[in-house]
Design a binder for this molecule. Structure first.
Ligand code: DOR
Ligand code: ZN
Ligand code: ZN
Length: 437
């Protein structure tokens, strides 16, 4: 028997330890993992000596924009950024223009991304102000429902405890996880300075928001996912309410590695929601991710904006930063500097996010799983926004030293990105929309 492709003699993580293995791929799936010399016959091979053979990252929180916001990002540039960053599956948020509140908009997004994408793309939908208007036709092609209490997708809706309960009930009836941006409804006071901006998105508010969603989750036995946990106190609350896979959460690399104090005198470069917090929060979030498992996974919250929107003075600048091309270098640097074990890296970057959104054949490099793979090289470098494939090139990680980068990205057995270049056209590799197994 001859397989499609063998990734030969790469550094492979087995039982948490580095070893040398070859990975064979047949019909888009992993056919087997072999010791040197035991590989099956192949039609094609890649010499992986010196490269790490890792599962592609699964980023369950990205904003790929497109439609009326294609000047910020589109499915082509957003998924090029993913592939170049070693991310093989992304899930796109519904706060686009227009927002995903009906089947028609979802269809437009699916059509655009089928034509333009370089990786697997899944979708979330929002919930309209009148719950009874929720378009159930969306359910077959989405992976979850997402709500924004501080900036609702549909006007005229306030996230009272009653609204939270209604959304939770809808998620249960739809057999979907409910994802939410933890924050309180806006108080409609325009912040006069940076201090007021931070006060209106405080840790106290984040905790209160999580508390009220957890109450509804318990009442209706829902699946709840907390997006971008940013405060130590929130991680603690999640820890106290741990539950077998029904309460999950994510943290972004910027909330793990950056704190607000580093950007006191800067313009909007580091402006993001939730805001960057303190070094203490950074430390406790890392503990929640790797020690107590209160936080399940890493997600980038890739949120591209136009250049002028990020170079504006802080109060006028838009919130959100690009993240698809920095997650893998930052997280692997943690591994190579021995602050994170391999087993934790694999869990938080690939297997846990796949489990959270129900992708049962993704996130692990073993026989029968999808061949979504990144070959990474250990090499010291610095992050440079100008090198991004994303349209958004302003990053608060500019100049940061990292120890690794993605060299080759394989999606469904197809080599997409290799040595800085794209080797397929868009719309060829990957599944759009990605669906639950
Ligand atoms: O900083 C953010 N940017 N936080 C969000 O919740 C939304 C995102 C965006 O879409 O720009
Ligand atoms: Zn958010
Ligand atoms: Zn987001």
């Amino acid at each position: 028997m001859s397989v499609d492709l063998v990734l030969k003699d790469g550094i492979f993580i087995e039982n948490g330890r580095e070893t040398i293995r070859s990975v064979s791929i047949e019909s888009g799936k992993i056919e087997g993992v072999y010791k040197h010399g035991d590989e099956p016959q192949y039609r094609d091979s890649i010499d992986c000596r010196g490269l790490y053979v890792l599962p592609g990252l699964i980023d369950i929180h990205v904003h790929l924009r497109d439609l009326k916001q294609s000047d910020m990002e589109d499915y082509e540039t957003g998924t090029m950024a993913a592939a170049a960053g070693g991310v093989t599956t992304v899930v796109d948020m519904p706060n686009s223009d227009p927002p995903v509140l009906d089947r028609k908009t979802l269809d437009e997004k699916i059509a655009r991304s089928q034509e333009l994408s370089y990786v697997n793309v899944g979708f979330y939908a929002g919930i309209p102000s009148k719950i009874e208007n929720f378009d159930v036709q969306m359910l077959r092609d989405i992976l979850g429902l997402k709500v924004y209490p501080h900036a609702p997708l549909d006007h005229d809706v306030v996230y009272t405890p009653e609204r939270i309960r209604e959304c939770t009930k809808l998620a249960v009836a739809s057999q979907m996880p409910l994802l939410f941006h933890p924050d309180l409804p806006p108080d409609n006071k325009v912040p006069k300075d940076m201090e007021e901006f931070f006060l209106s998105h405080s840790c106290e508010d984040e905790v209160k928001s999580v508390q009220s969603f957890i109450e509804a989750k318990i009442e209706y036995e829902a699946r709840l996912h907390v997006c971008h946990v940013s405060c130590a106190a929130t991680a603690r609350l999640i820890y106290e309410n741990r539950a077998e896979d029904t309460l999950t959460s994510e943290v972004t690399p910027h909330h793990l590695f950056l704190s607000g104090g580093d950007f006191r005198h800067d313009y909007g470069v580091a402006k993001v929601l939730p805001p960057l917090r303190s070094p203490y929060d950074n430390k406790m979030l890392m503990e929640a991710l790797c020690k107590t498992w209160a936080i399940d996974c890493v997600a980038s919250d890739h949120a591209p904006h136009k250049k002028w929107e990020k170079t504006a003075p802080f109060l006028k600048a838009s919130s959100g930063i690009p993240g698809l091309e920095t997650t893998l270098p930052l997280m692997l640097t943690e591994v190579f500097e021995k602050r994170m074990a391999w087993i934790d890296y694999l869990r938080v970057c690939s297997s846990a996010p796949a489990r959270i959104i129900g992708l049962e054949t993704k996130g692990i490099l073993t026989k029968g799983y999808d061949a979504d793979i990144v070959l990474a090289r250990i090499q010291e470098d610095t992050i440079k926004g100008n090198d991004f494939f994303s349209k958004a090139k302003i990053t608060p990680f500019e100049g940061r030293r990292v120890l690794a980068h993605a060299v080759t990205t394989i999606v469904g057995g197809v080599v997409v990105f290799d040595d800085g270049e794209f080797v397929t056209g868009p719309g060829i590799p990957g599944k759009v929309p990605v669906q639950k197994s």
